[in-house]
Design a binder for this molecule. Structure first.
Ligand SMILES: CC(C)(COP(=O)(O)OP(=O)(O)OC[C@H]1O[C@@H](n2cnc3c(N)ncnc32)[C@H](O)[C@@H]1OP(=O)(O)O)[C@@H](O)C(=O)NCCC(=O)NCCS
Length: 155
């Protein structure tokens, strides 16, 4: 069974060693960048501060992927942003991406502070678009930082 583990001083090096395929590299930031970013979060004008939480996707004790969730309970439009999801090139197509999405959304559904979840992806990333749509994400038609924005209403 796959499992999700927080990034710690003990596993960050094995998580930054994970890679997507060369032709997927423009779809997602490196795990090294994401872990660095998570130390600080981000202040967005008119939205406030976003806290970021990085995790590894593991199977059988082995790292297979990475994800990162952001929260800002003061943001009126969406209170959580699924910022990253990647599965190492060697382990794609085995259900780990879907598992990571389910894990994040289960946690968010249990959190009364989160009413709407956002996600974004490059418009040509068909695999990501279909995966997110299957969880109910609906595109708003906006392009933010060259990525399509999609939202999911939880409550
Ligand atoms: C997108 C990504 C996270 C999906 O993870 P994954 O573990 O490979 O996907 P899963 O095995 O859970 O499959 C999820 C769905 O995508 C489909 N899928 C997976 N890889 C695919 C591919 N190369 N082409 C077409 N469909 C694909 C599967 O058929 C599955 O659909 P289903 O559940 O309806 O059968 C992974 O492919 C990845 O890391 N891609 C590169 C980085 C990226 O694009 N991240 C998202 C940025 S927004």
């Amino acid at each position: 069974m796959p499992e999700i583990r927080p990034v710690t001083n003990e596993n960050w090096k094995e998580l930054i060693a994970l890679n997507v395929q060369d032709d997927q590299k423009h779809f997602v930031a490196s795990n090294l960048y994401s872990i660095a970013e998570s130390q600080f979060g981000e202040d967005v004008p008119n939205e406030g501060h976003w806290d970021m939480f990085p995790y590894g996707i593991y199977d059988d004790g082995k790292p297979v992927g990475f994800l990162m969730i952001a929260y800002n309970f003061d943001c009126a439009r969406f209170q959580s942003f699924i910022l990253r999801l990647m599965v190492d090139e060697k382990f794609q197509g085995k259900g780990y991406g879907r598992f990571g999405m389910s894990w994040m959304l289960d946690g968010l559904r249990a959190d009364q502070r989160v009413k709407v979840v956002a996600i974004s992806y490059e418009p040509e990333n068909e695999t990501a678009r279909k995966l997110y749509a299957s969880f109910g994400f609906v595109e708003t038609g906006e392009i933010v930082d060259d990525e399509a924005l999609a939202l999911l209403n939880l409550r």
